[in-house]
Design a protein around this ligand. Structure first.
Ligand code: KG4
Ligand code: ZN
Length: 327
């Protein structure tokens, strides 16, 4: 069973072919990051237009690389994300499914991220706690098995990646902010500032807007502070909160593993700290599997197709789709 996956929820135009639910035969990601860099964030209008230009070449490349003339099904992200971006991939997927006369299946982007470890880790042991941290989302999820999730907590304000992007912009480190802060922090002293940790005791929810404000106040008070020190202390505070809550969830839920996912899972401090904080295996996806890609969409689509069957061709894009809780 070969599934063509298509992902256009934000600023990556991606297509991939996955066999048997987890064997990646091709994975093409065409990043638009340089188109948005000068604006310091993703511009929806530009993203939608760029997806239109790139989607057919990305699909052609993924199919050619997999050596396929026709897949057995087409999966595409239908939410959450930018509506003008989602519509490009979703419409392409429906059109191709009709032309090839194969099933179409809509995929929740968040569930896609949860399938990244399924692709990369043959020996996953369930239940898992998954920390999904990206530019748009910060979720702590308990996964009893593929497709069975319980949302433990989420952000009350900014997503973790958004906090990285906003602080990086404030510090003049450019876009995207996560990698820029990660790099700057290598030279900095994380103890130079002690930024607040919003632990929200007793809850698995997160809040990062107070931390962002604390960074601005500290820089106003110490204008000559080294940017690398501010970056290191900020990163330390974010990672401290993420790791503390994830480790607490692993213990409380009796999880057999901790998985990281989403773009912020590429953060080098988070990747170092998470395994130290738990005594169960920690699954760290490769950089390519942390960030948006279509292989995870094809894998989640394969699962959904087997589990629920095809989606109707009338399936609409849903910019605010959340992770359905099926415990
Ligand atoms: O998952 P992703 O590619 O797209 C979304 O669905 O949002 O995540 C992108 C986010 C951006 O906010 C980016 O700054 C952040 O992931 N990011 C990082 C790192 N690499 C990417 N954050 C912290 N450290 C990194 N090394
Ligand atoms: Zn994502």
């Amino acid at each position: 069973m070969n599934v063509l996956g298509i992902e256009t929820s934000c600023d990556e135009t991606a297509a991939a072919v996955v066999s048997e639910g987890r064997i990646v035969r091709s994975s093409v990601v065409s990043s638009q990051v340089h188109l948005h860099a000068r604006y310091g964030g993703v511009v929806p209008e530009i993203a939608g237009r760029a997806h239109v230009e790139r989607i057919v070449p990305a699909i052609r490349e993924a199919m050619a690389e997999a050596g396929l003339g026709r897949p057995d099904a087409v999966a595409a992200t239908y939410g959450p994300g930018l509506v003008g971006s989602l519509l490009v991939g979703l419409s392409a997927a429906k059109g191709l499914a009709m032309a090839w006369d194969v099933p179409f299946v809509g995929v929740n982007h968040l569930e896609g991220h949860l399938f990244a470890p399924v692709i990369e880790e043959p020996d996953l042991e369930w239940p898992l706690v998954v920390l999904l941290v990206s530019g748009g989302h910060t979720l702590l999820v308990e996964a009893a098995a593929p497709g069975r999730y319980r949302l433990l907590g989420q952000t009350l304000d900014d997503a973790a990646g958004e906090a990285f992007d906003k602080v990086a912009r404030y510090l003049g480190l450019g876009y995207p902010g996560g990698p820029a802060i990660d790099r700057a922090a290598e030279e900095g002293d994380p103890a130079a500032f002690r930024f607040p940790r919003a632990m929200l005791d007793g809850s698995y929810d997160f809040s990062f807007s107070g931390l962002k404000t604390a960074v601005v106040r500290a820089v106003e008070r110490h204008p000559s502070a080294a940017t690398s020190d501010v970056a290191a202390a900020f990163q330390e505070a974010v990672v401290d909160v993420l790791v503390t809550k994830a480790a607490r969830a692993v213990r409380a839920r009796g999880a057999k593993g901790l998985c990281l996912g989403g773009g912020v899972a590429a953060n080098s401090l988070l990747r170092r700290r998470a395994p130290q904080a738990v005594d169960v295996p920690t699954y760290l996806p490769s950089m390519a599997m942390c960030t948006d890609n279509a292989a995870m969409v094809a894998a989640a689509g394969s699962f959904r197709l087997a589990h629920d069957g095809p989606s109707p061709l009338s399936l609409a894009a849903d910019p605010n789709l959340f992770l359905e809780v099926v415990a």
